[in-house]
Design a protein around this ligand. Structure first.
Ligand SMILES: [Mg+2]
Length: 412
């Protein structure tokens, strides 16, 4: 079974997505997600100009060989653009293999290790009453784990808060938090670390007081703190029993996590900007983290994330794959199939895609009892509507940049 053609489809049903469609000589079609939020066209070009010509005529079943050929063969290894492109190819080939086998993909990855994949949703509010409304709504929808983000007194808009992000661009419609904005230039947000550190523990105290001890709570510091600030935050949140504290320091300096680890028992998650097992070599072996955040879409695909998770399993580190709406329904479907099969699955991030997006990609999973279960159809379970996708051309969009109140550029 040879690869006959590969098409890169960029569509924007509410937001931009890069989808690779691989077709074999006997007509089997597989889909992969290569969406890189804010830099989508770079991945599309990497695929179209450099990868697709290499795929034509290759054995569609040779997934590992194709992965190694694209990874080692490029010489210039790793990086988010390269690894998103490889992810799209790898995921599409797994989709094809499972369709040929007539099995849902998780069966080829070892079969189900659980009934469903626990997910967490995003609750947010500019203040406590608005946050409580959002938490209550998530609990009513059936979520059992919820990420908590709030506004900080004195700051106009803060990462992770749906209404304040909307207010920053003059949009008063309430919707799920989506930081990338369709605009000529990135939005600029402002930041004050001391105000943030003073405020966050009181938010978790209020949430535990209102909603009790059962619900799993998470928080994302979005790479903004120094090691000692992060250590202080972890310690100050210990009374509220977080499921995890995410991205406390900029991810490049992995030694920073050692300082945080030595000061707090709050579990740590990091890695949504990492894209290979090598990025985790020290963090996992030295047990500096508890959860791996790399998604299939940005870290070289199913083959590659499974390698990371097998390594992580030796150190009791679990998965917690990045999964807001900048991962397409193809990437989410792949995450749920792999998550169902992995023994060391931890939790899956889950934001419901917009109705437009769901119409283009089709339903790919079932949400119930606080978790996701993949489609039982052969492959990933994607039903991509190409005609509808063509009605939503690419629109330039950027993630925001962040400045301290004196104008200094800070980590966003
Ligand atoms: Mg994060």
């Amino acid at each position: 079974m040879l690869i006959e053609r590969a098409d890169v489809i960029v569509t924007s049903p509410g937001r931009n997505f890069v989808t690779l469609k691989i077709t074999t000589d006997d007509g089997v079609v597989g889909y992969g997600d290569g969406t890189l939020n804010g830099r989508e066209l770079s991945v599309a070009s990497y695929l179209t100009d450099h990868v697709v010509p290499l795929l034509i005529g290759r054995d569609a079943h040779a997934i590992e060989d194709t992965w190694q050929y694209l990874y080692r063969g490029a010489y210039w290894r790793r990086g988010p653009v390269t690894m998103a492109a490889i992810a799209a190819v790898d995921t599409a080939l797994w989709d094809i293999k499972a369709k040929v086998a007539g099995l849902p993909l998780y069966q080829l990855l070892g079969g189900a290790s659980r009934d469903r994949c626990l997910v967490y949703g995003h609750a947010s509010g500019k203040d406590i009453p608005e946050l409580f409304d959002s938490v209550r709504q998530h609990i009513e929808e059936g979520f059992r784990a919820i990420r908590i983000q709030t506004g900080v007194p004195g700051l106009d808009s803060v990462y992770g808060v749906a209404s304040s992000a909307a207010a920053a661009i003059g949009d008063d419609t309430r919707y799920d938090y989506e930081p990338a904005r369709r605009s000529a230039l990135p939005a600029e947000e402002s930041w004050d670390t001391r105000a943030y550190l003073r405020h966050v523990p009181s938010v978790f105290e209020a949430v535990r007081g209102e909603f009790g001890e059962d619900i799993a709570l998470l928080h994302d510091a979005h790479h903004r703190l120094t090691p000692i600030q992060a250590a202080k935050l972890g310690k100050s949140l210990e009374p509220y029993d977080l499921f995890w504290l995410e991205d406390v320091t900029p991810a490049e300096n992995q030694e920073a996590l050692r300082w945080v680890r030595h000061h707090t028992t709050t579990p740590l998650a990091i890695g949504e900007v990492f894209n290979s097992v090598w990025d985790y070599q020290h963090l996992i072996r030295e047990q500096l983290i508890d959860y791996v955040r790399s998604p299939i879409t940005h870290a070289g695909g199913i083959s590659s994330v499974r390698r990371i998770m097998d390594y992580a399993a030796m150190y009791q580190v679990k998965s917690g794959m990045h999964g807001p709406t900048d991962v397409s329904p193809v990437g989410l479907a792949a995450a749920v199939h792999l998550g169902l099969a992995l023994h060391n699955f931890g939790i899956q991030e889950y934001m419901v895609h917009s109705e437009q997006t769901r119409e283009v990609f089709g339903p790919t999973h079932e949400f119930a009892h606080g978790g996701l279960r993949p489609s039982e159809k052969p492959g990933l379970g994607i039903h991509f509507d190409e005609d509808l996708a063509a009605k939503y051309p690419y629109e330039r969009a950027y993630l925001p940049v962040n400045r301290l109140q004196d104008g200094t550029v800070h980590d966003w």
